[in-house]
Design a protein around this ligand. Structure first.
Ligand code: SF4
Length: 223
């Protein structure tokens, strides 16, 4: 984790709220709830390329009892709404809901009697993710923003009242900005990593474009 390097004396000072929120956000287990095409993008984040396990979230739970994040990926029909609500009710507190894609967020293009016009008619939503479908990177960005919100959650009613009084709100900074290299050394390191990745995938580090797969070349040569 690199924690040992950051704590050479083995002492860490923190308040309970931060520690509890940190443990919650670093072990968030999603409930499997793919309903339509958006679910394919959701499944992709579990693969090695996007690697959701970096955030302690690789375990997509098939049972609501061990899940605390419901990612609603796809349109919710009126027939499915009571099932969705039941699964939400069976999830232990604290729990969060992410509406993935326009269909889950607002019904999208399906403005008809069969589709619920936004999953927030059925369960409270913590994070809306636009797009049709949103790319896996967008889902990761939404998850990281939700993590930032979880880190700022008050631990009790007194702390909640204090936050309200101070008007404290979690700033929603895009991940591309928040985690961008801050100085020349970090930029150089990021560039080296990018180049190595491109090389590994068969691309030219100079231009960033991927080479045409050799199989396709053979087919075009034969024509
Ligand atoms: S938002 Fe687009 S991709 Fe996602 S479920 Fe709706 S139609 Fe499918």
């Amino acid at each position: 984790m690199g924690l040992e390097a950051k704590l050479p004396n083995g002492i860490l000072l923190a308040n309970v709220e931060k520690l509890v929120n940190w443990t919650r956000k670093t072990s968030m287990w999603p409930a499997t709830f793919g309903l339509a095409c958006c679910a394919i993008e959701m499944m992709t984040v579990g693969g090695s390329r996007y690697d959701i396990s970096r955030f302690g979230m690789e375990r997509f739970s098939a049972t609501p009892r061990q899940a605390d994040l419901m990612i609603v990926a796809g349109r919710v029909t009126n027939k499915m709404a009571p099932v969705l609500r039941q699964i939400y009710d069976q999830m232990p507190e604290p729990r969060w809901v992410l509406a993935m894609g326009v269909c889950a967020s607002s019904g999208g293009m399906f403005n008809n009697y069969a589709v619920v016009q936004g999953v927030d008619h059925v369960v409270p939503v913590d994070m809306y993710l636009p797009g049709c479908p949103p790319r896996p990177e967008m889902l990761l960005d939404a998850i990281l923003k939700l993590h930032a919100k979880v880190m700022d959650e008050p631990i009790n009613a007194k702390r909640a009242a204090l936050q309200l009084e101070r008007g404290e709100r979690t700033p929603m900074i895009p991940s591309s900005e928040k985690y961008a290299p801050k100085n020349a050394m970090q930029r150089r390191r990021a560039k080296r990593q990018q180049d190595a990745q491109r090389k590994e995938m068969g691309g030219d580090p100079k231009f960033g474009a991927l080479k045409e797969p050799s199989g396709r070349k053979e087919i075009s040569a034969g024509r």
